[in-house]
Design a protein around this ligand. Structure first.
Ligand code: URA
Length: 315
């Protein structure tokens, strides 16, 4: 063998060794030996054995999106040897080690972030609540007794969004605890749901004086908090209670009579606008008002959408 050929072979072997060391150090387990080695089952995640929230993306996605199989130079740690220019890639190299698509172990960074667990989301919601308590971004802060953040379960699939705190909410620090709240609780109970099945919040977190509708500036200042709440709760369905909530979520000035009773979407989440409980209370003595029945019809649509039984429905 010519000395240059031998040198070249030695260099190839050294580089190959370095690559194998990188792969081993990266936690990829035993590198299979032999031309036909199959992907090692010891590093293949067993998706079925995990709860659904921990399922990894399908293997093709993981491998394609992962820097592990063929890392770009930028993700190779500085202290690890990089393949030198001119050295064949593993695909081009003589078949000493077959290119092996290996799914990354869980300890490596995965490009798809895992779903946040409930405790994390509770913690992040507590941060939002603290930001709300500290907020002085609009004039509503001047007159409030306290801010009103939310009640219910951050893990709920159903979210009710109202307009803003009234006098009782301002005093007690929780949304929908006055007369409108009592009616809302009755509606929720009629749906055969409980406090743990819902998350309730408002468009603005401070009471507008005399229960007036919050103005555009107040809504602009406050709605980022609601968006952060919804981003943590990630409800399957939102019920917009009344025009203020419906107009904001649907970005529409249409009257409630046109909006309610039909599905809309907010950021891909189904939204059912319905009459605000305060309105239902205001018109309750009007024998011609259909508001109460319409709210119930809307809630039945919500139950169907959630795949829940509709009380009173046959079958
Ligand atoms: N009305 C609302 O819109 N929200 C409350 O919290 C109470 C009454």
């Amino acid at each position: 063998m010519e000395p240059t050929d031998r040198d070249e072979l030695l260099r190839l072997l050294r580089d190959l060794g370095a690559q194998l060391a990188w792969q081993r150090d990266a936690g990829l387990g035993e590198v299979p030996r032999g031309v036909d080695a199959a992907p090692s089952s010891s590093v293949e995640p067993t998706v079925e054995a995990l709860p659904p929230s921990q399922h990894l993306p399908p293997p093709e996605t993981t491998v394609a999106a992962s820097p592990v199989v063929e890392p770009p130079a930028s993700v190779v740690p500085e202290d690890r040897p990089r393949p030198r220019e001119g050295v064949p890639t593993r695909a081009e190299a003589p078949a000493v080690v077959a290119p092996t698509p290996v799914a990354p172990p869980r300890s490596l960074p995965v490009l798809v972030p895992p779903p946040r667990d409930l405790e994390t989301r509770r913690g992040r919601l507590e941060v939002v609540a603290a930001d709300v308590r500290a907020c002085e971004a609009c004039k509503l802060a001047l007159k409030r007794t306290q801010t009103v953040f939310a009640r219910g379960n951050p893990d709920a699939r159903l979210c009710f969004i109202g307009e803003g705190p009234g006098a009782d909410e301002d005093r007690l620090g929780e949304p929908f605890v006055g007369a409108a709240g009592q009616l809302l609780d009755k509606i929720i109970a009629a749906m055969r749901l409980g406090v743990d099945d819902v998350y309730i919040a408002n468009i603005v977190k401070c009471r507008p004086p005399n229960n007036r509708v919050p103005d555009a500036e107040e809504m602009r200042a406050c709605t980022p908090f609601l968006l952060r709440q919804l981003d943590e709760v990630k409800p399957a369905v939102i019920v917009a209670l009344g025009k203020t909530a419906a107009s904001f979520l649907l970005d529409s000035k249409a009257p409630m009579g046109q909006l309610r009773g039909r599905w809309h979407t907010w950021n891909g989440v189904p939204v059912m606008p319905t009459w605000h409980p305060s309105y239902v209370l205001r018109v309750r003595d009007n024998p011609n008002s259909t508001a109460r029945a319409e709210v119930w019809n809307d809630m039945k649509l919500v139950l169907v959408r959630l795949g829940l039984p509709v009380p009173g429905a046959r079958g």
